[in-house]
Design a protein. Structure first.
Length: 443
């Protein structure tokens, strides 16, 4: 990584403490960087302001102490992957990084900030962020970069069975294709030595939020009125969903028609989910399917009277994740994720394509869905020329992987100095200069 100038190559103006923030739509992954960063240094903070059924407001990490999530309303600063509401984000950051009991407390005047953003963020939103970072929070120095790029600084060879470097001083991976499937969307970003190939970045407008909303609709039709129960349905999704390796077959095995339909559903694909009553139980529980247990079939909302109410989940378990592979199932005119990956790689020069297919990683919360990686490998393999090696892996913790890559970069003090912009430089050159600076001198 070449220094941007002799002046910038020096560490003058760069503080000893660096805060890395992976500012996701569902959660913030943040932590102050140690000399040898580990995944345990990263704190996961809900990126929302929530109001419960009795109108009590919960900000960011306060939500970890909440017990009653019934009819909880959420306000999220990030929409469609982009930070659009700094009024809410300012409150969450203040509680998370500046308050006396902050989970990642730091003094902005003595801290460097490494902040992520989604690919193709509008310039107006970027400028707004830059101004707030330097003019309101007054961080000493700052770098804004694409979230997928930081994964290049992780120990990539070990994900594919190679030797682990275990050394945060290593440079970025030479060729890496990052599939980031998070809350708002799924992006595919090719990286060359840690730099994104802009013309090959692709986006699928399906993420965890879309899957949760789809499941809310299905449960509202078949079990209980779930449209106001975002938190509960998200818990159900995370606890029970999986990606089917044969959607048509599993759909047939779990399909039940009207009262005259005599077919029985395959019990191996069914589970019972016991809803929390928010009095004696505060989390739902997954149980093996029991056909003798009374199930919910009313459209009543989930309240404290929902004690011992049980929902049976069949094709709901895999119908929502299937949308990542077949968006046309709900009328979306978009290709599925395997085809999006192929489109991204095909936008690269021919000589780079084998390396990208052989070095593909999946990060983000959706990477945790059982069966997701296996199905993705199989379908990408089917769409790829036979002479190419297809390797797709995921880090042990795909949610905090981006943060860890950023922390490993930040631990390299000289390289960090090359990409940071100090507050003094910002005040001297202005917001337009900073836009150009970050557009051409990322990590």
């Amino acid at each position: 990584m070449a220094p941007r100038s002799a002046k910038a190559a020096s560490t003058a103006g760069v503080k000893n403490q660096t805060l890395v923030i992976d500012n996701g739509a569902f959660t913030i992954k943040a932590g102050v960087v140690a000399s040898s960063p580990t995944i345990e240094d990263c704190k996961v903070i809900p990126n929302c302001i929530a109001k419960d059924s009795v109108k009590k407001v919960w900000v960011g990490s306060q939500l970890d102490q909440c017990k009653d999530f019934g009819e909880m309303a959420f306000r999220r600063p990030v929409e469609k992957g982009y930070l659009v509401n700094w009024e809410a984000e300012r409150a969450i950051w203040g509680h998370s990084f500046l308050a006396e009991n902050a989970v990642a407390k730091c003094d902005p005047h003595e801290t460097n900030l490494l902040l992520t953003e989604a690919p193709n963020c509008p310039q107006a939103l970027q400028t707004n962020t830059d101004q707030i970072i330097f003019e309101e929070f007054e961080y000493a120095s700052y770098c804004r970069t694409l979230a997928p790029t930081l994964n290049a600084y992780n120990d990539i060879p070990s994900l594919f069975g190679g030797p682990s470097s275990g050394d945060s001083s290593q440079g970025p991976a030479e060729c890496l294709l990052v599939v980031d499937s998070g809350y708002s969307h799924t992006t595919v970003t090719p990286l060359i030595n840690g730099h994104p190939v802009q013309q090959a970045i692709r986006r699928l407008d399906i993420g965890g939020k879309f899957l949760t909303n789809y499941l809310k609709e299905q449960l509202s039709i078949r079990a209980f009125y779930a449209m106001d129960e975002t938190w509960i349905v998200n818990e159900i999704k995370e606890a029970t969903s999986f990606v089917s390796d044969n959607f048509s077959r599993d759909l047939e095995r779990t399909w039940k028609g009207g009262k005259t339909d005599r077919r029985s559903m395959d019990p191996s694909l069914l589970v019972d989910y016991v809803l929390p009553d928010f009095e004696s139980t505060f989390r739902g529980v997954v149980r093996p399917y029991d056909h003798t247990t009374p199930k919910m079939n009313s459209r009543a909302p989930v309240t404290s009277a929902s004690r011992d109410k049980i929902v049976t989940l069949g094709n709901e378990r895999f119908a929502a994740p299937e949308l990542l592979f077949n968006p046309s199932d709900v009328g979306m005119k978009e290709a599925g994720l395997p085809a999006v990956i192929i489109e991204s790689v095909n936008a690269l020069p021919l000589g780079l394509r084998p390396s990208m297919f052989a070095n593909t990683i999946v990060v983000g919360g959706n990477a945790l869905i059982p069966g997701f990686l296996e199905r993705l490998r199989r379908e990408v393999r089917e769409l790829t020329p036979s002479e190419y090696d297809v390797r797709i892996a995921s880090p042990e913790d795909p949610i905090r992987s981006t943060w860890l890559g950023g922390a490993r970069l930040a631990a390299q003090h000289q390289n960090l100095a090359n990409i940071l912009v100090t507050r003094k430089e910002y005040l001297e050159h202005g917001a337009s200069w900073l836009l150009r600076r970050f557009a051409t001198h990322g990590p």
